[in-house]
Design a protein around this ligand. Structure first.
Ligand code: NAI
Length: 445
């Protein structure tokens, strides 16, 4: 053994250790850099920019496109601006409860863009999260606010549970800040559940026939197949719970609160929406649990009408609207098949309407236009569904209904249009929107 070898071997060991620890450090640094780079990219992609495509699960789409929602609202606003209400004849300050989608959104747009009304909108919508788009109603509301601002219109929003006392408190506060009374209130909620603010009971709505098993055709909208469906009848508790959610309880609470707070202007019109539809859907709709709730709502309208009269010389009505594609209606069995067929038939007759055409007509022809006439039915309801329920339209539906099946679905119905309308609810399939482009889901506008 050479002298000094132990020390030389010690040296080489130390050298090796240094090399090893240096490598470990280097590896650690590189790992950190990679992690940082990946995280940065993820945050860039998820937090700020992402390509958003539709992801449909059953009768909902779990994504939504902000720019498509903006375009959707813009197109409705354009249609409403063409409505020719004489200056000052329409409402000036409007409260819309359920203002972010469907009939509520369209009502708000008709009031604001058709009549320059100040609007306060209440809705219950999901805000965007990191890498997760908001619900379409959230984007619609933001889009509405932006377009209203561009036009110099006053608009405010409250995102919260309209059934709760807290939300009503917030609305009262905001209304007082806005500086005055509402001359129109639109109650356009559609919800699967409601917490009763008086005792915290939670009620759930269901869509079932009453007193009979309902068998009919329905449409599997995912597969484009016409299928048979059989739905068992609701029990008493289910009927009761559906009535507590979709009946008139909450509309009554809102109206009483607004009256007590002195927030209804002289001559205020207070409206809620209902549906009747054709015989083919009666067992699941009008004569089912939801129809029972709608009857309750309509009965409440009569008592609210009396209260409105004494408190502010106002009126309360239910308007029966036509069947359209909304998040609420797409969840009802049989209805998507009926609506696909209705699209075809009403287009043939040249009477097709969506939400905005309906609410424009409500404002123009029934409530505020120079030749407006309410034309109430025997149950004191406005019938905006007159074109849907026209005899020639319904006779044609009755002819087609027994014949429709998976094979002739696209020729006997406008199923494709139904699908397009469904996607539009979530901001997809709208001309002029580049769906391959990154969009910031948190600050899209
Ligand atoms: P939709 O699903 O498009 O809109 C529901 C609205 O209610 C949204 O603005 C949503 O944010 C709001 N909302 C739900 N739960 C809420 C809560 N807890 N707090 C605050 N806001 C809440 O529904 P759609 O179809 O426009 O329905 C509105 C009304 O029109 C309903 O009374 C419905 O029965 C009626 N109607 C609907 C027809 C249709 O074919 N869609 C036909 C005739 C009447």
């Amino acid at each position: 053994m050479k002298p000094g070898l132990p020390s030389s071997s010690q040296d080489s060991q130390i050298f090796a250790d240094i090399l090893f620890s240096r490598d470990v450090a280097l590896v650690k640094i590189i790992t950190q850099l990679i992690k940082f780079y990946i995280n940065r990219n993820i945050s860039e992609i998820l937090l700020f920019d992402m390509i958003i495509k539709p992801r449909i699960k059953g009768f909902v789409c779990i994504t939504s496109h902000p720019l498509g929602c903006m375009e959707n609202v813009r197109q409705q606003a354009e249609l409403a601006s063409k409505m020719a209400l004489a200056n000052g004849s329409g409402p000036k300050r409007v409260l819309v409860i359920g203002a972010s989608t469907g009939y509520g959104l369209a009502s708000r747009i008709s009031a604001a863009f058709g009549n320059n009304a100040e609007t306060l909108g209440v809705s219950f919508e999901r805000a965007p999260k990191e890498g997760k788009p908001a619900s379409p109603g959230f984007y619609n509301t933001a889009a509405f606010g932006k377009l209203a601002e561009q036009k110099g219109l006053v608009s405010h929003d409250i995102n919260g549970d309209a059934f709760s006392k807290e939300c009503k408190d917030e609305v009262v506060l905001k209304a007082k800040e806005m500086g005055g009374d509402f001359d129109m209130v639109v109650y356009s909620l559609a919800s699967p559940r409601r917490t009763d603010p008086s005792d915290g009971s939670i009620y759930r709505a269901c869509l079932k026939p009453i007193g009979m098993i309902y068998k009919n055709k329905t449409l599997d909208t995912d597969r484009g197949e016409v299928k048979d469906i059989s739905i068992d009848p609701a029990n008493d508790d289910e009927i009761h719970q559906t009535e507590r959610v979709m009946g008139g309880d909450d509309w009554e609470l809102w109206t009483n609160r607004l009256i007590t707070e002195g927030l209804l202007a002289k001559g205020c019109i207070n409206l809620a929406y209902s549906y009747v539809g054709p015989e083919v859907t009666w067992p699941i709709y009008r004569n089912g649990t939801i129809g029972r709730a709608k009857s309750h709502l309509e009965n409440v309208a009569s008592s609210l009408n009396r209260q409105m009269k004494t408190s502010c010389n106002g009126q309360a009505f239910v308007s029966v609207n036509k069947a359209v594609v909304t998040q609420a209606s797409s969840a009802i069995p049989v209805v998507p098949l009926y609506v696909s067929m209705l699209f075809k038939v009403m287009r043939e007759f040249g009477t097709h309407e969506g939400c905005i055409e309906q609410t424009n007509r409500l404002f123009q022809d029934r409530l505020y236009g120079s030749d407006a006439s309410l034309e109430l039915d025997n149950d004191n309801r406005i019938r905006l569904d007159d074109l849907e329920m026209a005899e020639d339209v319904q006779t044609r539906i009755k002819e087609l209904w027994p014949k429709v099946n998976s094979e002739n679905l696209t020729s006997l119905t406008n199923f494709e249009e139904y699908q397009q309308e469904f996607l539009r609810l979530f901001g997809f399939g709208i001309d002029g929107v580049d769906y391959d482009k990154d969009v910031d889901p948190v600050h899209p506008f």
